[in-house]
Design a protein around this ligand. Structure first.
Ligand SMILES: N[C@H](CCC[C@H](N)C(=O)O)C(=O)O
Length: 283
């Protein structure tokens, strides 16, 4: 089939956004076979993306849309913060809604996305989930930090669920953090039954951090919205950060706000790059 898509990014975390409302997608569970998703995600053989985002009609309740998220390795996940900002801009600009505030449902629950005047988007990412079974993580009880051992190495991490699993390490300097080595080791660590997104956080002050993220199913990305939220609440839990924190990622900065109750609020840009069409294999 010939598929229309829009390439977008949130601070360089890039997405292939597909309108599954105005164009009919195969209904075989996933819109395309996993190997076709991986081809489309390839920066040499396809469109190239960190995640594919699919806009679908809501399945009931007060949500306006359903939001499906597929990593570049073809795995389907339930949360994507930078993607949510792009989603909000996409449905508005596609004319799929005339609202500036939309509710989207994912497999992990609902989120509220708000387009602001200064062309930014604020996402209520929901409350952090600390219980191991909600991360998910194979720990016996909730803790401020966990020691993960792999071979002769051990890392102290915070871990939290945001609809997707995150662990965050504190480092002196993100520029020299062992992202390429510890990232893949921790991403597939046995303590995380569904794998995990791995953040490397340098605390600059109580209101400012630097962060790099090795994402589950995508590798290191230029930005990770849910990873920024995870790093802030893990830093707050350690007593290191205030309620409002600027998170500096390689692709740019996000504003994260969490007052200890309710949802974590993330604000940042959403950019449209180009519209395209591509022939896809749906068998
Ligand atoms: N880039 C996304 C995170 C994608 C998470 C995905 N890698 C996973 O497996 O959970 C974000 O901005 O939140």
């Amino acid at each position: 089939m010939n598929l229309r898509f829009t390439k977008m990014h949130g601070l360089g975390n890039d997405f292939m956004v597909i309108d599954g409302i105005s164009q009919s997608l195969p209904e075989n569970g996933l819109p395309f076979p996993e190997d076709e998703i991986r081809r489309l995600g390839s920066r040499h053989f396809g469109v190239g993306f960190d995640q594919m985002l699919i806009v679908q009609p809501a399945q009931g309740g007060e949500a306006d849309f359903r939001y499906r998220i597929l990593n570049a390795d073809g795995s389907e996940v339930s949360q994507c913060g930078n993607g949510a900002r792009c989603f909000a801009r996409f449905v508005r600009e596609q004319g799929l809604t005339d609202k500036n505030e939309v509710v989207v449902e994912t497999a992990a629950g609902q989120m509220t996305l708000s387009l602001t005047e200064d062309d930014q988007v604020t996402v209520n990412m929901g409350a952090p989930r600390w219980a191991p079974q909600d991360i998910p993580m194979a720990a016996t009880e909730e803790a401020d930090s966990y020691f993960l051992v792999s071979g002769t190495q051990a890392w102290e991490v915070g871990a939290v669920g945001l609809g997707n699993p995150h662990c965050t390490l504190l480092v002196e300097n993100v520029d020299t953090a062992p992202v390429e080595t510890a990232g893949p080791l921790l991403e597939s660590h046995e303590q995380f039954p569904e794998r995990v997104n791995v953040g490397f956080m340098q605390v600059v002050s109580r209101t400012e951090v630097r962060l790099r993220v090795y994402e589950r199913g995508a590798g290191e990305t230029l930005a990770c919205g849910s990873g920024a939220c995870a790093a802030v609440v893990i830093g707050q839990r350690r007593g290191l950060l205030d309620q409002q924190v600027t998170v500096h990622l390689p692709g740019g900065s996000l504003q994260i706000e969490y007052a200890g109750t309710g949802g974590i609020r993330m604000t940042g840009p959403a950019s449209r790059v180009y519209d395209g069409t591509i022939e896809v294999d749906t068998d």
